[in-house]
Design a protein around this ligand. Structure first.
Ligand code: ADP
Ligand code: ASP
Ligand code: MG
Length: 436
């Protein structure tokens, strides 16, 4: 069994949904994981935000705008009126649900239901299209098998059990369609795997059923050596190791969800990145092996906050860093980068939801400085921190950029540093010139 995940642009129009058939209707048994049509999740985020701000009228207008785009898709997608009618009536229940939320009782629980509608609609439309084209397929409801545990991690035991039960109900079926991104919380409520989470869904499903491979189909010809949205001359990389891809995804390469590599790496399942617009192109193969060469790629993670704690008490003291880390642990806030000196600790976080409380507690230990709008830039490659001359190459390329923190040697695969976000583009361009 193979898992094929198609992102927002790959199902972003009636034409793209029709084109998908060439890639998914064949004799290979597969589970197809779909994202919401491109733009939909952003629109749903907007609807939820308006409802949260108690702007019922503006939310209703945003819902109408989204509903109109879907009406146009239906008009183009189906040739037979009965299918168009069926799709319209099913869409109407999704939009009626969106309209049913009132600003008085709109909490995170309702917000998550709003956000889940995109994947529920795209899979419904694609499945009906397959029916119209007489291509046998089964729509698997992700909400019946995809669940998180009490630590907000995928509950692999539950997922494996429920998914195999679902699959066993359809012996002989070769084509399953399911929703990416959506899941249930430990408490059983509708939840999601965070933005870009359909990649993660595909990888979790692949690991749960021991798939032969997982393919991420997107709008670019594979993993590039630098962020093509920031730097102009970038190229696709044919092979990456799991460790390299994992570091790049975690440190901001938008092409993959930050934790999507973990399940397939643990299960030793190859992960492909393929281009929907150019299916014959090789793309990128992510596996336990890597291609020769040291430096593979550069990625950047924005919206980073740096926190520096300065204290004379740190001098020659043990247990000091533990106490600082405990503050972050108490607020379930992951730390990305750390550097220490004799009298200070600097670290970075990207989740600032409890920043004020964290800073208040840290003030017990010394003076605290906070810098927001920072970017972590990360250079990834095979044994990069052990290779001669690599550090010199990286830092001479950055001679004109003020660097706030450096992390070297923490991982064999990555060298990262922190800059003010204003320096992100020049730093990434300089690295592109010097390293590739
Ligand atoms: P999808 O909707 O298919 O999930 P995404 O927009 O999430 O697609 O991811 C694909 C996009 O990621 C590309 O169009 C590209 O702009 C961006 N991207 C960022 N970093 C990289 C990289 N290193 N290699 C390739 N694409 C990247
Ligand atoms: N639709 C979700 C998002 O836009 C999940 C995904 O596309 O992977 O974030
Ligand atoms: Mg994505």
């Amino acid at each position: 069994m193979k898992i094929l995940k198609f992102g927002g642009t790959s199902v972003g129009s009636a034409a793209r949904m029709k084109a998908l058939l060439k890639l998914i209707v064949n004799d290979d048994p597969k589970i197809v994981v779909l994202s919401a049509m491109s733009g939909t999740t952003n629109s749903l985020v907007e609807v939820a935000s308006l409802l949260r701000q108690k702007k019922q009228r503006e939310a209703a207008a945003a819902i109408v705008r989204l509903e109109e785009t879907y009406a146009a898709v239906v008009a183009e997608l189906y040739a037979q009126p009965e299918y168009a009618k069926e799709a319209s009536s099913r869409l109407k229940s999704h939009f009626d649900l969106l309209r049913s939320f009132s600003v008085e009782a709109f909490s995170i629980k309702e917000e998550r239901v709003v956000l889940s509608q995109g994947e529920l609609m795209s899979t419904m439309l694609q499945h009906l299209y397959l029916c119209e084209q007489q291509a046998p397929s089964v729509l698997l409801p992700a909400l019946s098998f995809m669940r998180k545990d009490q630590h907000d991690e995928p509950d692999m035991y539950f997922i494996r059990e429920m998914l195999s039960r679902e699959l066993a109900q359809h012996p002989g079926c070769k084509l399953f369609i399911t929703q990416g991104y959506v899941c249930r919380s430990f408490a059983g409520e509708v939840d999601n795997l965070k933005r870009g989470g359909s990649d993660y869904s595909a990888s979790i499903i692949g690991a749960a059923i021991g798939a032969e491979e997982v393919q991420i189909w997107t709008d670019i010809d594979g993993f590039h050596n630098n962020d093509p949205r920031v730097v102009s001359k970038t190229h696709s990389i044919s092979h990456l190791s799991f460790d390299e891809a994992s570091e790049l995804a975690y440190f901001g390469a938008k092409i993959l969800h930050p934790t999507c590599v973990i399940p397939v790496q643990e299960a030793k399942i190859p992960l492909w990145i393929k281009n929907t617009m150019e299916p014959a192109a090789f793309g990128t193969l992510i596996s336990a092996e890597t291609e020769p060469g040291v430096i593979k790629a550069v990625a950047a993670k924005d919206n980073i906050t740096a926190i520096k704690i300065k204290s004379g008490r740190m001098l020659l003291a043990y247990g000091f860093i533990r106490q600082i880390f405990e503050v972050f642990e108490d607020y379930k806030t992951p730390i990305d980068m750390i550097t220490t000196s004799e009298v200070a600790v600097s670290l970075t976080v990207d989740d600032t939801s409890n920043l004020d409380k964290i800073v208040d507690k840290l003030k017990h230990f010394g003076t605290v400085e906070v810098d927001s709008e920072m970017t972590i830039i990360c250079v990834v490659g095979n044994k990069i921190s052990e290779s001669k001359g690599v550090a010199a190459k990286i830092f001479s390329a950055l001679a004109h950029i003020p660097v706030r923190m450096i992390s070297f040697g923490g991982s064999r695969y990555n060298v990262s540093f922190l800059v003010d976000s204003a320096y992100k583009k020049p730093a990434m361009e300089a690295l592109n010139e010097a390293l590739f």
